[in-house]
Ligand binder design. Structure first.
Ligand code: PLP
Length: 463
């Protein structure tokens, strides 16, 4: 968020100071909100004042909106607390942290079936958004290399993707001056398909982004079909248009729940994959990952070699210093859970998602857009039997503390409003029953109180 500077002359003087709740017991001094206090305060006082305020944040267990991990084991937390001081960039001072990052990259590249004969390469990032920037830049640089070698112009790069991409890809295109070519939704097609994607590809396409786990409804795009269609198109025209897979969620789900599904480096055109360690990788925010199938996909020009921390530190990142403890927590999860642990946790979330989506489908006024069988995320909409809108329902569920977001789909399905549930590890079958009970009660309530239905215009999800 870009924050405004508060004009201290404009606001009520009282609003310029904290109003402590329980923290008021330990301090009687006014504490300014928007300026640094002249004097400090004892640690317990500062701690209490801030804890008091944070009580106002939401209850993460009832939050079905976010994909991000909100719980880790005590041992993981202890490990993270003990390693808060590690700086990821300083591979010379913390060589063992760097070694563990390297092991995580190795683990992921094998989970994603990188060819054993090649030289896969990758790194950690702050999240999938940074990973998307790095992956997108590598695509742009590679495309430019190819064009220059052919003596062709390099001034009109474009990227092809579904309109359902996460906002990070729109950011990438705007920040790096790439023309985004979005495939809109149509009827009940809510994501990119090979047929639609290949219509938009041309010689200036730096790559096609395929999503494993759409933020709109959790579905996987068919990367295999896209790969095959692009191979044909490339062969016809002598192009080398590659695929980047945005596996923000699916990168940590598909290897465990759908190991047979071919979406990863088993497909030759998939050159790079990103994933969020802090989503289904089960680590607190923020850690993400990107892996390239081969070092040759990552132009040397993009890598900075810096020596002033001692040693040669090859680095490809948008920022410099960054906490190292999330990477250690990722490694903790790999060791602690193993393949089987990840599979069991995600299978459980998927069972809950399928159970709840099934119940909702049977209730009457809802139709499923997805059921949670790809990543454990599903979306549903209202049908002709509903006396309320998805926004009314989202508001009503809030009364019980549930955060179930409602939003409209993008172009050309702006008419479609949905509710979405992200089923994570902490969302149990018992909780699903509770949520379903509240949902069913809300349906009854709206049916008997039609005057309470707002049916107001709402802002869309993003764009
Ligand atoms: C969450 C998400 C992102 C952004 O990931 P961050 O790790 O939050 O930066 C990108 N793409 C998809 C498909 C996502 O679900």
């Amino acid at each position: 968020m870009v924050h405004k500077i508060v004009d201290l002359q404009e606001i009520d003087p009282e609003d310029a100071f904290l109003t402590p709740a329980y923290g008021g017991r330990v301090t009687s001094q006014p504490v300014p909100k928007y300026e640094i206090p002249t004097d400090g305060m004892p640690p317990q006082v500062a701690y209490n004042l801030i804890r008091d305020e944070l009580i106002l944040d939401g209850n993460s267990r009832l939050n079905l909106a976010t994909f991000v991990t909100t719980w880790m084991e005590d041992d993981a937390k202890r490990l993270m607390a003990e390693t808060f001081d590690k700086n990821m960039i300083d591979k010379d001072e913390y060589p063992q942290t760097a070694e563990i990052e390297l092991r995580c990259v190795n683990i992921l590249s094998r989970l994603w079936n990188a060819p054993e004969t090649g030289q896969a390469t990758g790194c950690s990032t702050v999240g999938s958004s940074e990973a998307a920037m790095l992956g997108g830049m590598a695509l742009k640089w590679k495309w430019r290399e190819r064009r220059k070698a052919q003596g062709k112009p390099t001034d009109k790069p474009n990227m092809v993707m579904g309109i359902n991409v996460q906002v990070c890809w729109e950011k990438f295109c705007r920040y790096w001056e790439i023309e985004p070519r979005f495939v809109p939704m149509e009827g009940d097609r809510y994501c990119l398909t090979a047929t639609e994607a290949t219509k938009l590809v041309d010689e200036n396409t730096i790559g096609v982004v395929a999503i494993m786990g759409s933020t709109f409804d959790g579905r996987y795009e068919n990367v295999k079909e896209l790969n095959d269609a692009l191979e044909t198109l490339n062969a016809e025209h002598g192009w080398e248009v590659p695929i980047h897979v945005d596996g923000a969620s699916g990168g940590f789900v598909a290897p465990f729940l759908q190991p047979e599904l071919e979406w990863d480096f088993r497909l030759p055109l998939v050159k790079s994959i990103n994933a969020s360690g802090h989503k289904f990788g089960l680590v607190f925010p923020g850690v993400g990952w990107i892996v390239w199938r081969d070092a040759t996909e990552l132009p040397e020009e993009l890598i900075f070699h810096c020596n002033y921390l001692g040693g040669d530190l090859p680095n490809f990142a948008l920022n410099f210093s960054r906490p190292g403890n999330q990477v250690l927590a990722q490694y903790y999860n790999f060791l602690r859970l193993g393949r089987d642990g990840y599979r069991r946790i995600h299978q459980n979330s998927q069972d809950v998602a399928l159970y709840l989506s099934g119940q909702i489908a049977e209730l009457g006024p809802f139709s499923l857009i997805s059921d949670g069988s790809d990543i454990p995320v599903f979306a549903f909409t209202t049908n002709e039997r509903a006396s309320f809108s998805v926004f009314d329902m989202s508001d009503k569920l809030r009364e019980h503390g549930w955060l179930v977001p409602a939003y409209t789909f993008p172009k050309n399905r702006e008419d479609l409003g949905v509710l979405r549930c992200v089923c994570k590890e902490g969302f149990t079958r018992d909780m699903a029953d509770m949520l379903f009970g509240h949902l069913a009660a809300a349906v009854k309530h709206f049916d008997s109180h039609p005057e309470q239905v707002a049916n107001s215009e709402r802002p869309s999800f993003h764009h």
